[in-house]
Design a protein around this ligand. Structure first.
Ligand code: ADP
Ligand code: TYD
Length: 204
């Protein structure tokens, strides 16, 4: 049986994650791999319900710790129900955001620090990604790309919050250079796609 792989995409809102994930899925399927595409928060029925609570702009009173725990709860269900079984069955799981999002947004953005890793260690279990593509784009450029879209509770945060998240991602990239590949996401879709394929070919 093939070895399963777990690949995640990270980066600010509008950095191009969905675009690149769709292209990578087709690339791998054309090579004959069994690919599962999923996302966080969400990816399961329970996780999608939690997602609605977290992202609802009306939930203004949500405390930062509640927010971090809800993301972790959605992740725990996602790992148990989707990620773990797929990897163990030899599939390639591509996930739009994972635990690095919590460290960048809740750890850095909300200022919760190391407690976020501790909460998430229960959710992630031993299923850390084999490779993580970090699409690096200045927050102002990301917001310009998604200008017309309806904004969720996190996207509605001030630019200073998104700048801190960006710095959090850069710190993670330095801390885990083997796993996290930083990609300059200000280039064309095709240039970014080619760089991601190069890393994927090396991995597989
Ligand atoms: P994310 O999933 O990170 O929020 P998307 O893939 O949805 O980002 O991209 C946000 C918007 O930017 C979409 O309209 C998409 O077509 C566009 N986009 C994606 N990648 C690029 C790129 N490299 N250059 C310019 N526009 C892009
Ligand atoms: P997402 O659906 O990826 O938004 P988009 O497609 O617009 O990029 O994620 C929703 C929001 O949740 C996004 O602003 C990032 C935030 N988020 C966290 O703050 N912590 C987390 O652990 C995750 C997974 C997402």
């Amino acid at each position: 049986m093939n070895q399963g792989y777990f690949i995640t995409f990270e980066g600010g809102d509008g950095s191009g994650k969905s675009t690149q994930i769709g292209r990578l899925k087709s690339y791998l399927e054309n090579k004959g791999y069994d690919v599962i595409l999923t996302r966080e928060p969400g990816g399961t029925d329970i996780g999608e319900k939690i997602r609605e609570i977290i992202l609802d702009p009306n939930n203004k009173e949500m405390s930062d710790v509640t927010e971090a725990m809800l993301y972790a709860a959605s992740r725990a269900q996602h790992v148990a129900e989707v990620i773990k079984p797929a990897i163990e069955a030899g599939k390639i799981v591509i996930c739009d955001r994972f635990v690095d999002s919590s460290i960048a947004y809740q750890g850095y953005g909300r200022g919760l620090g190391d407690s976020v890793s501790i909460i998430n260690s229960y959710a992630v279990d031993k299923y850390m990604p084999h490779k993580t593509f970090l699409l690096k784009l200045k927050p102002q450029a990301g917001s310009r790309r998604i200008e017309g879209r309806e904004k969720d509770r996190i996207e509605l945060e001030a630019q200073t919050f998104h700048q801190t998240v960006f710095e959090g991602y850069e710190a993670l990239e330095k801390e885990f250079p083997e796993r996290i590949v930083g990609i300059d996401a200000s280039r064309t879709i095709e240039e970014i796609e080619a760089e991601i394929r190069k890393h994927i070919d090396e991995l597989l």
